[in-house]
Write a protein that binds this ligand. Structure first.
Ligand SMILES: *Cc1c(COP(=O)(O)O)cnc(C)c1O
Length: 393
């Protein structure tokens, strides 16, 4: 198999996992079919018992989805991957497959807001207890671990302040307690960070973001050991949040340019961060690529570049932040990220608007904070776009 030959990331991103039909198509085929024809009644029976590995129904398996799973597994360096209908469906599947009443999850406070809502509104309803800790506070992680802890869950770098957690240290802590470390690798993607190689057990993605890279489809995926992924597959087959073959095809094509894009996003973000840092109307820039950022050294150690998301505070309050956003003609005011198009958003009133004032203060979500997902446009054009608003402050 391709994956086993020590090929580099760029080669795997273009080649890994391809299944070629008897038609000999060069590009990956899109298998838009809900079910499959069995060559005989005996073969049908064998597929239903699982003795034969062939396709039965696209809620179970689909060749286009399988190509995407095999390619992302190769990129993350995992044994297997399971694709889902969204990033949230990947996290839900993980919880449903691996947790039971009485288990504990320890989660960093700075994870994606809907992840917190899933844990708080639904997992706790079924008796799973969730403790929240500050991402970078190792003592807090240690203090929260107990005998019932099954999962440690986190994102690094965090959104929107770009705080960085030590994946290897958290993996060691998880394993010492007999728990698994789950890393949401959405911001870095395997092009910049490979959590499994650092000791994490499971990587989850919202494929909606950089794996697609052009803001077209919603999807998700989990990657890890075969035996863990097998448990997710059982949940998926039973509950149904599987990935559509159309979306899998779009993501497969996205992966082919993943590394090129992530390098370009990172280059643009670094240039923009340095520039923002020099602007009089900007108070503070949060980007791990800046040497003065608290997470700079750790990010430089566990990532190959610093990624495309940054945030900054402006002089003034909500009005000043909104003015900068509303003065943009290129940057799109939208909460999505990981797109070729740069996006700009006011976290305090959108992505983090549901937090209480106390939680916002604790998470550093101030009224003058702006988040940018730096796209692939010319960085000087982006600077001119931002300057229009900044010059008025
Ligand atoms: C968007 C996002 C998710 C959720 O993914 P969906 O595809 O929108 O369901 C999870 N984690 C992170 C870090 C995200 O940015």
């Amino acid at each position: 198999m391709f994956e086993d030959d020590g090929y580099s990331l760029d080669t795997l991103a273009v080649r890994a996992g391809q299944i070629r039909s008897p038609e000999g198509e060069h590009s990956e085929a899109m298998f838009l079919t809900s079910s499959y024809v069995f060559p005989s009644a005996a073969e049908a029976a064998a597929r239903f018992t699982g003795e034969s590995p062939g396709n039965v129904y696209s809620r179970y398996t689909n060749p286009t989805v399988r190509m995407f799973e095999q390619r992302i597994a190769a990129l993350e360096g995992g044994e297997a991957a399971v694709a889902t209908s969204s990033g949230m469906a990947a996290i839900l599947s993980l919880c449903m497959a691996l947790l039971k009443s009485g288990d504990r999850v320890i989660c960093s406070r700075s994870v994606f807001g809907t992840t917190t809502a899933l844990f708080g509104r639904y997992m706790e309803k079924f008796g799973v207890r969730v403790s929240y800790v500050d991402l970078t506070d190792m003592d807090a992680w240690k203090g929260a671990v107990d005998g019932s802890t099954k999962l440690l869950f986190m994102e690094t770098p965090s959104n929107p302040l770009c705080e960085v957690a030590d994946i290897a240290a958290l993996a060691e802590l998880a394993h010492s307690a007999g728990a698994l470390l789950v890393v949401d690798n959405c911001f870095c993607t395997p092009a910049l960070q490979r959590p499994l190689a650092l000791g994490a057990d499971i990587v989850v993605h919202s494929a909606t973001k950089y794996l697609d890279g052009q803001g077209r489809c919603v999807g998700g995926v989990a990657v890890g050991k075969q035996e863990i992924m097998d448990e997710l597959v059982v949940f998926l087959r039973t509950a149904g949040p599987s990935m559509s073959p159309f979306n899998a095809w779009v993501f497969l094509k996205g992966l082919e340019t993943l590394n090129l894009r992530m390098q370009a996003h990172s280059r643009n973000a670094l240039a923009l961060a340095w520039w923002l840092d020099e602007q009089e109307a900007v108070e503070k820039v949060n980007y791990t690529g800046l040497p003065k950022h608290a997470g700079h050294l750790l990010a430089a150690k566990q990532q190959s570049a610093f990624g495309g998301v940054l945030s900054f505070t402006v002089r003034g309050g909500r009005e000043a932040a909104w003015q900068v956003i509303d003065s943009c003609k290129i940057l799109s005011c939208t909460a999505n990220l990981g797109d070729a198009k740069s996006t700009i958003v006011h976290p305090a009133t959108t992505t983090h608007g549901r937090l209480s004032e106390e939680d916002k203060a604790r998470a550093g979500i101030t009224e003058n904070l702006i988040r940018i997902s730096v796209g692939l446009e010319d960085v000087e054009d982006l600077q001119r776009d931002l300057m229009r608003g900044l010059a008025q402050l």
